[in-house]
Design a binder for this molecule. Structure first.
Ligand SMILES: C[S@@+](CC[C@H](N)C(=O)[O-])C[C@H]1O[C@@H](n2cnc3c(N)ncnc32)[C@H](O)[C@@H]1O
Ligand SMILES: [Zn+2]
Length: 923
């Protein structure tokens, strides 16, 4: 069957896409509505999602300008972005939106464009409906864009929480439009009425103030003086430009409970950054002994940690004010405890209390360490009491909703009300944190894990306009936003009368899509999990235990299990394995992830038409994931036909050049392999190299540099391997993706070195080469260890032994590697080595820099002359290369610049270039 090429196999406006993705996520206050409807982890930008879908379907010769228009890009973002960069150096003010059009995702697809799109697709595929499928759709970005552009969409996820989110994101806004907003709002008010009648007295309200929230610290008894010690890493309440307020504890010798006072830090001599807990260990503010971390955990797991209220946040015009708790506030909490005790047996009998045990088999046992054995323990007594009261209110109105509305509509209304409850739990647990720099509660999932929080916030859930009301507003705002983006805000009926089918949302493993027919899908677009980057199911349990109770009967297919399914989840989950001989749990988990992904790809191959396209979104996090995913893909019968890097990370993180947090999204286009071609590595190697070099040039011209450029060549390298699969080397061994990835790294770095030395004939020793490339590729002093190691292999140097131990050129810190400064190297193990002949050029360079910084330029000059380095062409080339590779903001760069001007005058175009740039800036 003929397979004419599609757009993604020919061309993709990667620069524009990168810019739009960064615009999309630039302002956390204006994220797409999908984000604040409900928490889901690792959501993808909408604009890339749309581009991936359409470029997998449109013909290769599609007019690029028209394609941008379909994406909602109504200007020339690349040109504007260049101007923005220029303006950063010149200080020119470009106004609030220099792009001149709204962010690409933010407007519905105009009907004319959608119609034209469809007539093109109908022609091309000879079919009036086009099916797009995302089998691992999570929060639903990809299918959402499928619906927006009018495709027949199927979306799927293994996780029940994601499944419900997808229903509420993809289907209900289309089915019910804006009309639903008032209905949900009204029922939310009925819930509030119910709640008000039974929660009287559990929050001490005063007429003249609106309590916004309560700030709590976990407490532990001091083993030495028996004081109840409130634990918090700092005692800030507000730490903004305008407001500096903190809590100070009055320590007395006779009372075993401390009294908090709220003070204005600008007026008193007090350091709120001195907390009572650091690295898991506490310190007693009275007898000053250290309370060991193990002791705290023992207490937490035994009698449990206590809670102490230390401040109330009061809503005032323009922000929050704080006051210390009163006796009434304490009494109200005691009343809440009493009521919880009174109601709990009844609620337990009804099955409403989330008393499922927190799993013993987990990657994040921290809740267990701190005594949270069941999910209900994630809440302090009043948090739990108020959430359960809302659950009771929800159940109280459920019958009314079901009686008053058609089943579908009732289900939708109840789903959004349940989301409001989820949001209330997310912002009202012992895993929240009050963020005094933003006057906000950082929710339970501010980070993607269950890190324990020493101090936490409680919402005044029942207060009118705050708490639960706020949660409902957020959900409804998000819903309205979805309707607007879908174009169903006012004309749901039009939408349906166009005969567009509702998207299908299914629940189950992507490795078993039993109800999706063979060869029925035009394009699969999927953003799979990456190894252990996010443990979706472990995270989702927090919501699952509530949804099970609110929505279990409405989605009976989804909530049968006690907790979410971890065994079928395609993530590398070491908790599922125990050590087997030499095989570590981690190694087994990675193997398991590979097998699962292969199962998923096999199933995708089955449902895909023979001429269909699979486009994979690949967010690069760990280099090994490339190897794993690629081999799973190839084994499942796919061939990679194109790959595009999209630079989705914002520049800010690299601005100060201290940490590289590279995040490129790679789009890999794949087709089902038509035949097993087979090939020999020796014969293919020249072709692999040629393809890598070709693509490197193309992407370099598109502005890709450094790590992004390297990533950009991985796809093309894999492409050749997959095209000729199976490929064997001269020993008869099957060549794994790893080999071609290594080839890509080595070629690109070779290219870079040649550029950096301006094509002069010099060879650096391996250590120096690594140092230079580390700066060049990562552009920061700190970068992922794994990648540093791969770079070292490429340079022919042993990272642990040579770079770290023998030369002290860098140090390891967790998952990162940090380059050492000349001073640190001299302070360290190479002290006294000034007289010794340096082994590597970079050692000599660092010695010179050390002397320069300590004794001044002349001392450095003497050293350079004594060792004939000023006339050494390799050293000269190194100086030049460093000036290009090291970011200008770095002190290393400035020091090398001083040496270059003082002692290497004969040099170079590099200096001329710098001089020229400086004069441009001044002029
Ligand atoms: C990277 S996320 C997708 C995020 C999504 N693109 C978004 O924008 O929200 C990967 C998803 O794969 C799901 N998943 C993991 N294993 C699965 C399996 N075996 N079958 C189906 N989905 C699975 C996870 O629950 C998660 O939602
Ligand atoms: Zn003490």
């Amino acid at each position: 069957m003929a397979r004419p090429r599609v757009l993604i196999e020919e061309n993709l406006p990667v620069e524009a896409l990168g810019i739009e993705s960064r615009r999309e996520r630039g302002a956390s206050s204006a994220l797409p509505p999908l984000y604040f409807l409900h928490v889901w982890w690792a959501r993808r930008p909408l604009t890339i999602s749309r581009a991936a879908i359409l470029a997998s379907l449109l013909p290769a010769d599609t007019d690029p300008q028209w394609f941008l228009e379909v994406l909602g890009i109504k200007g020339d973002p690349v040109k504007v972005y260049k101007r923005i960069l220029e303006a950063r150096t010149t200080g020119e003010d470009l106004g609030t939106n220099p792009y001149g059009y709204k962010r690409a995702f933010s407007e519905p697809v105009p009907e004319t464009i959608r119609k034209e799109l469809h007539s093109r697709l109908t022609n091309y595929w000879a079919s009036s409906s086009i099916t797009v499928f995302d089998p691992m759709a999570g929060g639903g970005s990809i299918p959402f864009e499928g619906v927006r552009t009018g495709m027949d969409v199927i979306s799927n996820d293994l996780n029940p929480v994601a499944y419900v989110i997808q229903q509420a994101t993809l289907r209900y806004p289309v089915q019910f439009g804006l009309g639903l907003v008032d209905l949900v709002g009204n029922y939310a008010r009925s819930m509030q009425k119910f709640v008000q009648t039974v929660t009287n007295g559990i929050f001490a309200e005063q007429d003249n103030e609106r309590v916004w929230g309560y700030l709590w610290a976990h407490t532990v008894y001091c083993p030495s003086c028996a004081l109840e010690v409130p634990l918090s890493p700092n005692w800030w309440l507000a730490n903004t430009k305008k407001q500096k307020v903190a809590v100070r504890w009055k320590v007395t010798s006779n009372e075993d409970r401390l009294v908090p006072e709220v003070i204005d830090v600008t007026r008193e001599d007090y350091d709120p950054d001195k907390g009572t807990v650091k690295n898991g260990a506490g310190i007693c503010p009275r007898c000053h002994i250290v309370i060991e971390s193990d002791y705290i955990k023992r207490q937490a797991q035994g009698p449990g940690l206590g809670f102490q209220l230390y401040a109330l946040a009061i809503k005032v015009k323009g922000g929050l004010e704080f006051r210390a708790p009163t006796i009434e506030d304490e009494a109200a909490f005691a009343e809440a405890e009493r009521r919880l005790a009174e109601n709990l047996p009844r609620w337990e009998a009804l099955g409403w209390v989330p008393n499922e045990p927190y799993p013993e088999i987990t990657n994040d046992p921290r809740p267990l360490y701190y005594g949270m054995r069941q999910w209900k323990d994630f809440f302090n007594p009043r948090q739990l009491l108020s959430l359960l009261t809302y659950l009771e209110a929800f159940n109280a109105i459920k019958d009314e909703v079901t009686a008053n509305h058609p089943a579908d509509e009732a289900k939708a209304i109840l789903t959004y009300l349940a989301f409001a409850l989820d949001k209330a739990a997310d912002y009202n647990s012992r895993m929240t944190r009050f963020d005094g720099t933003r006057n906000k509660i950082a929710n339970t999932f501010d980070r993607h894990d269950y890190a324990f929080k020493w101090s936490f916030a409680e919402m005044n859930l029942t207060a009118p306009g705050l708490g639960f009301d706020w949660a409902v507003d957020q959900v409804l705002d998000a819903y309205e936003g979805l309707c607007k983006l879908l174009g169903t805000a006012n004309h749901t009926m039009n939408w349906l009368s166009e005969n567009r089918t509702l998207p299908t949302v299914r629940l189950g493993s992507a490795s078993d899509l039993w109800d999706v027919a063979d060869a029925s899908v035009h394009a699969v677009v999927v953003d799979p999990p990456y190894y252990d980057n996010v443990m979706y199911a472990e995270m989702a349990d927090f919501f699952y235990v509530w949804q099970k109770r609110t929505l279990g009967d409405l989605y009976p297919e989804a909530f049968l299990d006690p907790l979410t399914d971890k065994t079928q989840e395609a993530v590398a989950n070491p908790a599922l394995f125990s050590k087997q001989g030499t095989l570590t749990p981690k190694a087994q988990a990675e193997q398991d992830y590979r097998n699962k992904m292969q199962g998923v790809f096999r199933e995708i191959a089955r449902v895909l038409r023979p001429d269909g396209v699979l486009t994979l979104m690949f967010t690069h996090k760990r280099v090994e994931a490339w190897d794993t995913l690629a081999s799973a893909l190839i084994d499942a019968g796919f061939e990679i036909t194109a790959s595009w890097p999209v630079h989705t990370e914002s520049e800010h993180s690299l601005h100060i050049a201290n940490k590289n947090a590279a995040e490129s999204t790679i789009l890999l286009a794949c087709r089902k392999r038509e035949s097993e071609r087979g090939g020999w590595w020796d014969e293919l190697l020249p072709l692999v190299r040629q393809r890598i070099l070709e693509r490197a040039k193309v992407f370099e011209a598109k502005g890709f540099r450094k790590l992004d450029l390297m990533l950009a060549t991985y796809g093309p390298a894999l492409q050749v391997l997959s095209e000729y699969w199976p490929v064997k080397d001269s020993t008869g061994q099957l060549v794994q993706p790893e080999r071609v990835l290594e080839e890509a790294r080595s070629l690109v770095t070779q290219l870079r070195v040649t550029d950096l030395v301006q094509h002069r004939q010099v060879t650096f020793d391996p250590l120096t080469r690594w140092y230079l490339l580390a700066w060049d590729v990562f552009g920061a002093e700190q970068f992922p260890y794994d990648e540093a190691r791969l770079l070292a292999i490429t340079c022919g140097v042993d990272l642990d032994r040579q770079v770290i131990r023998e030369h002290g050129l860098a140090g390891k810190k967790g998952k990162y590697l940090i380059l050492a400064t000349p001073e640190e190297r001299m302070d360290g193990h190479r002290r006294g080595s000034l007289d010794r002949a340096p082994e590597a050029s970079v050692d000599a360079l660092h010695l010179a820099l050390f002397l320069l910084n300590r004794d001044g330029s002349q001392a450095a000059g003497r050293y350079l002359n004594d060792h004939r380095l000023t006339t050494d062409t390799t050293f000269q080339a190194l100086i030049d290369a460093c000036l290009t590779a090291i970011p200008r903001v770095r002190p290393e760069w400035q020091a090398i610049h001083i040496l270059a001007t003082a002692y290497f005058r004969t040099s170079s175009q590099v200096l001329e270039q710098i001089q020229w740039e400086l004069s441009q800036k001044e002029g």
